[in-house]
Design a protein around this ligand. Sequence first.
Ligand SMILES: Cc1cc2nc3c(=O)[nH]c(=O)nc-3n(C[C@H](O)[C@H](O)[C@H](O)COP(=O)(O)O)c2cc1C
Length: 385
Amino acid sequence: MGLDRAASIDDLRALARRRIPRFAFDLVDGGAESERNMRRNVEAFKDIQLTPRYMVDVGQIDTGVTLFGKAYAAPFGMAPIGMLNAFWPGADLTLARMCAAENIPYTASSAASTTLERLAEAAGGNGWFQLYVAGDASVTEGLVARAEAAGYDVMMITADVPAAGKRDRDIRNRLAVPFRFTPEVLAQCALHPRWALTSLRHGTPNVANYADLLKSATSYAEVQKTLITPRFTWEDLKRLRERWKGRLLVKGILHPQDAADCADLGCDGIVVSNHGGRQVAFGPPTIETLPAIAHAVGGRMPVLLDSGIRRGADLLRAKALGADFALAGRALAFGVGAGGAAGAQRAMEILKLELERALGQLGVASFGAVDGSVLSPAPLRHDAR
Ligand SMILES: Cc1cc2nc3c(=O)[nH]c(=O)nc-3n(C[C@H](O)[C@H](O)[C@H](O)COP(=O)(O)O)c2cc1C
């Protein structure tokens, strides 16, 4: 199967799986422990039914959304993904450029394999910055100051990594930082020569924003320890709110009270997220937590959602249940894995065309007009009889 015959994000995942050595594919494809939460994220979306209405003029479909004062072409952006160049060489820049060309947001991860400055440039004004709060306050301040200088005006602080997620696939694959060329890794590379050669050309990926700090790190867990503190609290968030003049989002919210507290503290938005099921296996899928969170926020700030978006219709499901915008992580990453820049483009095209088609089928011409009334079973309007 070639890219042009890939009909869905699942097809792109299958293509990526063939092209990428197992240890690198698992790095992105895997989740925490039993991976129950990761699977449930995707399954829970499928369980939400929307009821089409017909005989509505849907000749002109509008997928645009205005968020934080900027008009975007589609109601989703790229979620922050660390170390993505290990999955496919050059993936960070490829996705940042694709987002700029398609006019959707690109979120540069603190743990990206490309510096935040280069990603800001590639994202051409569509860049958002994701911050991990470090144990050493000067490391955090260094990143915030760099993000400010690079021109980002949206910063997203990730709250859901108080402890590193336990990802069994990575343990089994003996994933190490920097990569160790064990006989097993070499054998996997030999079976994927295109990946291996492209990787050789690009050099070993690292966590570019902290390159100096991490010179002596020998494991992924050690990298996480430097990057992320288990002591990040509401007090720190308050300080960062005062420090950051741009829009401030908190990513990784799952509890309605946490969402309400973010609004009280003056945040500009939240991302309802469970890190794509990479942190805990026991948690709920995000789409199931969304209605109570949207209710608690009560329209005081935009609510974004990620974890499990694989279809255009998932964006409608999220909107119907109270999200203003969504982020896609693996969906776009699988595209790059399946075919570099052309694959990223194909993933974008699949999601956008599915979204447009689903809006038409639903009988709602504009994404902005999707609300809870499309949820199935549709409530009977006795008063309108
Ligand atoms: C390989 C990988 C690395 C990630 N790295 C980060 C990161 O550095 N910062 C962050 O806030 N979230 C990170 N995430 C979580 C994503 O931002 C996002 O929440 C998740 O991918 C959404 O789920 P989905 O992949 O099902 O769309 C990562 C996810 C993956 C798959």
